[in-house]
Design a protein around this ligand. Structure first.
Ligand SMILES: Cc1cc2nc3c(=O)[nH]c(=O)nc-3n(C[C@H](O)[C@H](O)[C@H](O)COP(=O)(O)O)c2cc1C
Length: 218
C-alpha cells in the first residue's frame, strides 16, 4: 500500500513516457527504476509506451487553437488529460543517430503545441538510453520542452542516462540506475514542494501578450 508521506494530502501523480519501441528495453529499465523510487516516495505513477505507436508529426495546421486538441485524434489526444492532471512528467528516450527517437519527438511536439492548459511548475525530467554516444545531445533536446513551458527541470547526481543494448545491460549499469533513483527522489521532493507552495502562494503571474518573431519587434 502506497502512502503519501504528508498526512491528509492527495498523492501526487507522475506521468512517464517511454519513447522506445521496446516496452521491456533499456529505456523501460531506467523508467521502471524511477517508478520503484517514486512509489517508495508515495507518488502515483503511470507509464505509457509511445515509441511503439504510429504517431505522425505536427503539420502546423493550427487547428488545435480552434479545437482545443490535435486534429489527428491519436494517442497524443489521450495523453493530454493525463499530462494536465500530472504534477510531473518524465520523458525517456533511446538515442537514435545522436537524437531522441523520432516517434517520441512527434508525440511531444504535438502534445505540447496542441494543449492550452498550463504546464507551469509541473516538474519535468528527461532520461536517455544509448549504447555508446549521442546521449547529451538527446538529453538537451528533451529538456527544451520543459524549459520553454515554465516547467522546472529535476536533476540527479550525474547524467540522466543509462547505457546498453538490452535491458540486461542496463541492469549492470549500477551508476546509471543509481542516477535514476536519485533523480526520482529529487523530482518527488520538488513535486511535493511545488504542490505546497502553489497552495500557499498560487502560481506566479506570467505575461503572454507579446509575440514578436524578429529582433526589431516588427
Ligand atoms: C535506429 C537506431 C539508431 C541508434 N543510434 C544510436 C546512437 O546514435 N548512439 C548510440 O549509442 N546508440 C544508438 N542506438 C542504440 C540504442 O540507442 C540503445 O541500444 C538504446 O539503449 C536502446 O534503448 P531501448 O532498448 O529502450 O530501445 C541506435 C539504435 C537504433 C535502433
Amino acid at each position: 500500500m502506497i502512502k503519501d508521506k504528508r498526512k491528509g494530502k492527495n498523492m501526487n501523480k507522475i506521468l512517464l513516457l517511454n519513447g522506445s519501441p521496446h516496452a521491456h528495453g533499456c529505456t523501460a529499465a531506467a523508467l521502471e527504476e524511477m517508478i520503484r523510487t517514486f512509489e517508495e516516495e508515495g507518488m502515483k505513477t503511470e507509464l505509457i509506451h509511445v515509441g511503439n505507436k504510429s504517431i505522425r508529426g505536427c503539420v502546423a495546421c493550427g487547428r488545435c487553437a480552434e479545437l482545443g486538441k490535435c486534429v489527428f485524434d491519436d494517442i497524443v489526444n489521450e495523453l493530454a488529460p493525463k499530462l494536465e492532471e500530472a504534477d510531473g512528467l518524465v520523458v525517456g528516450s533511446p538515442v537514435y543517430y545522436g537524437s531522441p527517437n523520432a516517434t517520441l519527438l512527434a508525440c511531444l511536439d504535438r502534445l505540447f503545441y496542441s494543449t492550452s492548459f498550463t504546464k507551469h511548475l509541473k516538474v519535468g525530467a528527461a532520461v536517455v538510453s544509448c549504447r555508446r554516444g549521442g546521449n547529451t545531445a538527446s538529453f538537451d533536446v528533451l529538456n527544451k520542452y520543459f524549459t520553454i513551458s515554465g516547467m522546472p527541470v529535476a536533476s540527479s547526481t550525474y547524467w540522466n542516462q543509462v547505457h546498453g543494448f538490452s535491458a540486461e545491460d542496463v541492469k549492470k549499469d549500477l551508476e546509471g540506475l543509481q542516477t535514476m533513483r536519485n533523480l526520482a527522489r529529487n523530482m518527488a521532493f520538488m513535486v511535493r514542494a511545488f504542490t505546497d507552495a502553489k497552495e500557499k502562494y498560487g502560481l506566479p503571474k506570467m505575461e503572454h501578450e507579446s509575440f514578436t518573431s524578429f529582433p526589431d519587434g516588427k
